[in-house]
Each structure stands twice: as structure tokens, then as C-alpha cells.
Design a protein around this ligand. Structure first.
Ligand SMILES: Cc1cc2nc3c(=O)[nH]c(=O)nc-3n(C[C@H](O)[C@H](O)[C@H](O)COP(=O)(O)O)c2cc1C
Length: 183
């Protein structure tokens, strides 16, 4: 049976660069691994009041979905040198109820992409702080900060060959990391 990797993209934008990069990672995963997008835009802002007794159906479904993955890829844009609010919200929703976090111990990787020169480095590492708290073994190498990301696409809008080669190595490392660290 193939290992399943849940992929959370921190952008809701239709033409999101990060979504395109994540799609390429899905395409490049080696045999025996399956990547699947996990939608996060539907989740109400986390509020402990509405999470008592009868939580919103969106929370219930999301938490149930997270349970089926062997590992996660967080593909984040950078907003003001951090990850995006929508992605942090998803992390918070998945971390509750207290003591029942869906993230605990699951292998993870953080990739970032930005039109800016630093490739979302700040967002990438800010996000790692939260994953560390969740005790998620998080891939160290290769580091994926795709800077000036417009240059990673050809005229048709497809990931160009040079970037594809880099992302293939990243996808293979992600698969190996999940294989090694999942139960
Ligand atoms: C509120 C906001 C803050 C941003 N802050 C940063 C930033 O700190 N660093 C950066 O490189 N780009 C920043 N950007 C630009 C984003 O990287 C850019 O909009 C990018 O395309 C978003 O990712 P996406 O294409 O996946 O939606 C910011 C954009 C917005 C809307």
C-alpha cells in the first residue's frame, strides 16, 4: 500500500505559485507515495468557544482527514516574514482538542516559494517553530526556498526543467523522510 502525504498550501489564491510548486511535487513523488492536497480555506477561524461540545463540521472533517496521512508537506508563501494566517489557522485547528493533536509525531517538510529574493526563508523557519512544538520530525535537507519564483516557470506556465530537477530531488528526499519516520 502506498504512503500518503497530505499537502497543505498556505495560499488561497487561484494562481498561487506555491500551489503550482506543490502540484509539481505531487507529480514528482516516487512510486509508492501519493500526495494529496488538504483544503484549508473553508476552516472557520479557530475559536475555543465554538470548539466545545459540538464543533463546526469543517473542524470535524478536517481532523478526520488529517488522520489518514503518513506525513505532511507544508508549502508556504511568506506574508510579512512569517507563514500565512490561513495556514497557521489550519495548524491550530488540527492541534485541538488538547491532547488529541493530529500532527504529533508525523514526519513533515516545509517548502517555501516567493517572488521575493529570499524565497520565503522567514516564513519557512517561523513555521518550523510550530512543527517543533508538535514534535514533528521535520526534514532538514534539501532546503527549499524558491526565490524569484516567476523564473521557475516557462512561457506556458509550467515548471521549467531546471527547477523540475531540483524539485525532483526534494520530492525524493521527502518520500525517504516519510518512509523513515512514519509508523
Ligand atoms: C500581506 C502580504 C505580505 C507579504 N509579505 C511578503 C514577505 O514578507 N516576503 C515575501 O517574499 N513576499 C511577501 N509577499 C508577497 C508574496 O510572496 C506573493 O504575493 C506571493 O505570490 C504569494 O504566494 P502565492 O503566489 O502562493 O499566493 C506578501 C504578500 C502579501 C499579500
Amino acid at each position: 500500500m502506498s504512503k500518503k502525504i497530505g499537502i497543505l498550501v498556505g495560499s488561497l489564491r487561484k494562481d498561487s505559485f506555491n500551489k503550482k510548486v506543490a502540484q509539481e511535487i505531487i507529480n514528482l513523488l516516487p512510486e509508492g507515495f501519493e500526495g494529496e492536497f488538504v483544503e484549508i480555506g473553508q476552516l472557520p477561524f479557530y475559536n475555543e468557544d465554538i470548539d466545545q461540545g459540538n464543533p463546526p463540521q469543517e473542524y470535524v472533517d478536517f481532523r478526520e482527514q488529517l488522520g489518514k496521512y503518513d506525513g505532511f508537506l507544508f508549502q508556504t508563501p511568506e506574508y510579512n516574514r512569517s507563514t500565512t494566517g490561513v495556514l497557521k489557522n489550519a495548524l491550530d485547528v488540527g492541534s485541538r482538542p488538547y491532547g488529541e493533536s493530529k500532527w504529533t509525531g508525523k514526519p513533515a517538510a516545509v517548502f517555501s516559494a516567493s517572488p521575493g529574493a529570499y524565497g520565503g526563508f522567514g516564513a519557512n523557519h517561523h513555521l518550523r517553530q510550530t512543527l517543533s512544538f508538535f514534535d514533528m520530525p521535520t526534514m532538514g535537507q534539501p532546503e527549499v526556498y524558491l526565490g524569484s519564483v516567476m523564473g521557475s516557470f516557462d512561457e506556458e506556465g509550467n515548471v521549467n526543467e531546471r527547477t523540475k530537477g531540483f524539485l525532483k530531488a526534494a520530492a525524493e528526499a521527502l518520500a525517504a523522510h516519510v518512509e523513515k519516520n512514519s509508523k
